[in-house]
Design a protein around this ligand. Sequence first.
Ligand SMILES: [Zn+2]
Length: 115
Amino acid sequence: MNGKELSKLVRKLQIVAPALLPVSVTTRGKLGGGYGTCEIIKRKGEPRIKITINSFKDFSKEEVVDILQTQLLVHEYAHATQWRVPRQEVGRASDHDSEFGVHYAKIYKLLGMSD
Ligand SMILES: [Zn+2]
């Protein structure tokens, strides 16, 4: 996904999940060990949120696959810890509800993927 496509996705997100400040996104190589950052900056004296996503240009295909698979494992393992017996899961309105978010954050943190 290039910067233009990411910006389009951010515009969609700003409609369904608006941030307090305007959000922009860019890609860049070598992010100091991270895959993405989110920061509040000032542009022309006005605060805004800047998201930077690693371009992964300096990564091999195998490294990118490892990263993606790890992210997917966190997601799916969060389901594994969230789900209860099948009868209760039938009534769940969404697999990706706020409860899932709590489990996702817990797994993300336990794997040392957050500070
Ligand atoms: Zn899911």
